[in-house]
Each structure stands twice: as structure tokens, then as C-alpha cells.
Ligand binder design. Structure first.
Ligand SMILES: Cc1cc2nc3c(=O)[nH]c(=O)nc-3n(C[C@H](O)[C@H](O)[C@H](O)COP(=O)(O)OP(=O)(O)OC[C@H]3O[C@@H](n4cnc5c(N)ncnc54)[C@H](O)[C@@H]3O)c2cc1C
Length: 300
């Protein structure tokens, strides 16, 4: 029996674990992939306090892991498949084991939105900029999405690829001014405004991309058997298994103590109803949830 089980080892989950453990609680973190979450997979970590210029997602994630293990947090690499949240003792089922705990913190964030188009799973599609980018040296790449994450990864890719085309549904980039200004400095970054990628064709890998102009409906086929497509078209919350909770547009509502409507069940980070989804807000949520969950264990 654990005092606190945390689902997800992104910034919110790791922060919650470190605070819960510091209060003398028996804490378990369950992570299906790797410590770091979404931020562990980006080219550079920006704007988080005390992060220096060239902090990569990989180094940031590695330091999160080192800090958690150094604090004595137990991390198991298992995918949570089912939860029973109501009742005094919570049941958490993974693809390997079944666990019980007094309190649970739901910190399993979100996943990249699928475009829902044919050919989306072909090779060369849905690539990760820092991992796959170096394979596209001197080639053409497409970044789908015009918000902060997309433009930041496009700037990273512009240092490697011959040409980076940002495909966005809006008339112009919808990112922060800092990224707009930086992107404008690269002569190999191009824009396809009010456009969607609507189909991808190829035998095994992406060879032809079909773009549709959202204003005119006009379709355009681009043939490039060596291109790479990086999709940053929004995030979908990972809340499908939380059927006992009332969700708001897929996100979990919490109070100022990060408590959900079910006693002993907390949520933290991107998975919550909130306005700002950044590392800073995720770790803040995690700190509050970890401290509150630890305090609640006193009474259970
Ligand atoms: C492209 C991009 C760039 C970004 N750049 C920045 C930036 O520079 N600075 C910044 O402050 N923010 C940035 N963000 C936002 C930031 O990454 C998120 O706000 C932050 O990672 C949220 O942390 P989290 O812990 O709530 O969730 P996540 O980081 O999503 O972590 C959730 C974790 O839960 C795990 N998980 C999911 N389901 C299960 C399951 N069933 N069982 C077990 N584990 C599970 C996942 O594998 C993941 O590790 C960026 C986001 C994107 C998409």
C-alpha cells in the first residue's frame, strides 16, 4: 500500500513526487514512457526560471530523473490502464501490476493531437524534432502547426534542413512575438498560411503531401520522397480512463489545492482545466498536489 501514487513522470508528476516524499510519504510514480514528459521531447526548454540558453528537453528530463531518484522517489515504467478512484483506498492497474494507495495524483498530461488524415502513420510522418531532425540535413521538412511549440521546433529544424515550411490553418503564425521574430531571421523558413495537410501518400514512407487551402478549397500535391513531417497541432488530454470524474472539454477541474471532486484524488499539470500550460505551471501544480496529498495521508 502506497501513501501517494502519481500517474505520469512529466514536470507535474516529478514535482509532486519530490514534495510528497519530502513529507515522509511512501510515493510511487508510474510512467509509461520516460521521465520528462512532453518537455523531455522538445529541442530547447525556454522561459522556465533559471534555465540557461541551450538547455535541451533531453538534458532537462535527465536532470528531473536524477533529482527524483536522488530524493528517493520510486519510479516504475508501467502504463496505467485502469483506475478505481472512488472509495477510501484507490486501485491503480497497469499493464504489469495492480496497486493500492491512499491518495492519487493524476499528472499524465496530454498527447499530440492526431490529424486524422490518410497516410498519417507512414514513415517520415509525425517526427520528433530533436530525435529525427538530424536525419533531414539538407532536405525539406514541413512543420504542421503555427503556435509556440511548432514555431520553436521549426527554428531548431531551420539550422539543419534545407527548407522548413510551416503549415498553419491561421492567416499568420499564432506564436509569441519572440518566436515570430526569431523565425523571421531564417531565410529558409517559409509559411503556408490558411492551409491544412489533408492527405499523405506513399508505399511505405511519405512521398506525396496533399495540402488544402482553407479559404479557396484548392488542393496542391507536393512530391518529395525524402521530406519529413513534424506535427505540432495541439495536445489532447490523457483523461479517457478517468470515467468517474466529470471533465470539462476533456480536462480535469481542480480547486486551489489541486483536489478533484473525488476525495483523495488530485490532478496536476497540463491535464487540469487551466489557462497556462507550461513547465512553470505544471511544477507549481505538482508542488501543491504533493504537499496536500501528503497532508491528507495523516487522516486516512
Ligand atoms: C512542442 C512543445 C514545446 C514546449 N516547450 C515548452 C518550453 O520551452 N517551456 C515550457 O515551459 N513549456 C513548454 N511546453 C509545455 C510543457 O511541455 C508542458 O506544459 C509540460 O510538459 C506539462 O507537464 P505535465 O507533467 O503536466 O505533463 P506531460 O509533460 O505531458 O507529462 C505527462 C507524463 O505522463 C505519462 N503518461 C501518460 N499517460 C500515461 C499512462 N496511462 N500511464 C503512465 N504514464 C502516462 C507521459 O508519458 C508523460 O511522461 C512545450 C510543449 C510542446 C508540445
Amino acid at each position: 500500500m502506497y501513501d501517494i501514487i502519481i500517474i505520469g513522470a512529466g514536470p507535474a508528476g516529478i514535482s509532486a513526487a519530490i514534495y510528497g516524499k519530502s513529507r515522509g510519504r511512501k510515493v510511487l510514480v508510474l510512467e509509461k514512457n520516460q521521465v520528462g514528459g512532453l518537455i523531455g521531447m522538445v529541442s530547447t526548454v525556454t522561459h522556465y526560471t533559471a534555465v540557461l540558453k541551450e538547455e535541451t528537453g533531453k538534458t532537462f528530463g535527465e536532470r528531473m530523473k536524477e533529482q527524483a531518484l536522488g530524493a528517493g522517489v520510486e519510479i516504475r515504467y508501467e502504463k496505467v490502464t485502469e483506475t478505481k478512484l472512488t472509495g477510501e483506498i484507490k486501485n491503480i492497474v497497469t499493464d504489469q501490476e495492480s496497486y493500492q494507495c491512499k491518495t492519487v495524483i493524476l499528472a499524465n498530461g496530454g498527447s499530440g493531437r492526431m490529424l486524422g488524415i490518410s497516410g498519417e502513420s507512414l514513415e517520415g510522418m509525425r517526427l520528433n524534432a530533436p530525435k529525427d531532425g538530424p536525419n533531414y540535413k539538407g532536405k525539406n521538412v514541413y512543420v504542421i502547426g503555427g503556435a509556440d511549440g511548432a514555431v520553436k521546433e521549426a527554428i531548431y529544424l531551420a539550422k539543419i534542413a534545407a527548407k522548413v515550411t510551416i503549415v498553419c490553418v491561421e492567416d499568420e503564425l499564432v506564436c509569441i512575438p519572440e518566436f515570430k521574430e526569431k523565425a523571421a531571421l531564417y531565410s529558409n523558413i517559409y509559411m503556408m498560411p490558411h492551409t491544412s495537410l489533408t492527405a499523405v501518400y506513399g508505399a511505405k514512407r511519405a512521398e506525396e503531401l496533399e495540402f488544402t487551402d482553407n479559404k479557396t478549397g484548392k488542393k496542391q500535391i507536393v512530391k518529395d520522397a525524402e521530406c519529413g513531417v513534424f506535427v505540432y497541432a495541439g495536445i489532447v488530454p490523457n483523461t479517457q480512463m478517468y470515467t468517474e470524474l466529470k471533465l470539462v472539454q476533456g480536462y480535469i477541474p481542480v480547486d486551489e489545492w489541486m483536489q478533484t471532486e473525488i476525495p483523495g484524488v488530485f490532478a496536476a499539470g497540463d491535464i487540469c482545466v487551466k489557462k497556462v500550460r507550461q513547465v512553470a505551471t505544471a511544477v507549481a501544480d505538482g508542488a501543491i498536489a504533493g504537499i496536500q496529498a501528503a497532508a491528507m495521508c495523516e487522516w486516512i
